[in-house]
Design a protein around this ligand. Sequence first.
Ligand code: ATP
Ligand code: LTN
Length: 332
Amino acid sequence: MEDKKKVIFSGIQPSGNLTLGNYLGAIKNWVKLQDEYDCYFCVVDLHAITVMQKPADLRKRTLEILAIYIASGIIPEKNTLFIQSHVPAHSECSWLLTCNGYMGELSRMTQYKEKSKKSGESIGAGLFTYPLLMASDILLYQTDVVPVGADQVQHLELARDLAERFNKTYSPTFTIPEAYLSKTGAKIMDLQNPEKKMSKSEDNPNSYILIMDEPDIIRKKISRAVTDSIGEVKYSDEQPGVKNLMTILSNIKGYTFEEIENKYKGQGYAQFKNDVAEAIVEELTPVQERVKALLENKSELEEIYKKGAEKANYVANKTLRKMQKKIGFIPR
Ligand code: ATP
Ligand code: LTN
């Protein structure tokens, strides 16, 4: 008998336009994983509303992210692509886990602590319970592996704790998921402040490249990217700006850092920056064209997310029913 493939779940929030960081750090890695795993890739709109979203923007971005997944090489027939709010089990499971979670463990979450510092008393309750919704996403599909960035590891640990607690309190129900921190997946830094990660929620547009940025905008942003006065293309912690541009070039073109250093020896930054910009343009242009085509013909997208939701609903409901039964709810 053929071995059952391990399950992967991951998602991106439609809380801003996707950046080159999301593309190189997350989506491009998913593309590589799709043959080996049974993958669920979700647009987590329920997560996005932990912060106020303009309804029209939320609608537009949710579809655009789905189109970006597909345009980047995630094959709809091979994976389950869906929109989180189309699977009500996520919200229902989240309540059941809320009643199994502790205030203490949620208050220790770094992301919550940081965000609550800024908002004080009026911080949304959803930002506090957010990790329980994320745990639901993961546990409903009996997920084995969760590809995430380092910032999400704490949330994943919590999902594991909740799964173990539920399994112990009732009886084995959930697979215990593991984080998958890609070794090759790049962490892309902010172009204006390369000590910080490139983020879609940054205010200054020169800080990030968007997946959908026009070629000339990409060129302009790279030419304005902060470097240093050393003037040598070198992979060094003392030159975080140059290091970041080298990471981008290496990730797209597959060059080693040594190859890049040798290529630009004694040349300053102009040609190097120019080549980085062209590499990004070359990488993103075909993705952008496919995204635009997909968004022009919404019926194809609609078919994909409806089919995805059908499969996701089936799998998620199976786990949810088990939870409800074990908790003591009357079966419907
Ligand atoms: P925000 O910056 O608005 O908090 P984000 O850009 O980090 O959000 P998420 O939806 O939280 O986006 O993350 C989606 C995925 O993209 C995660 O797996 C995350 O690790 C990855 N990711 C986001 N930014 C980067 C980056 N600069 N470099 C590498 N990976 C990134
Ligand atoms: N919290 C994640 C997004 C996210 C997610 C998930 C990632 C929501 N649910 C489940 C992996 C698995 C973030 O902010 N990057």
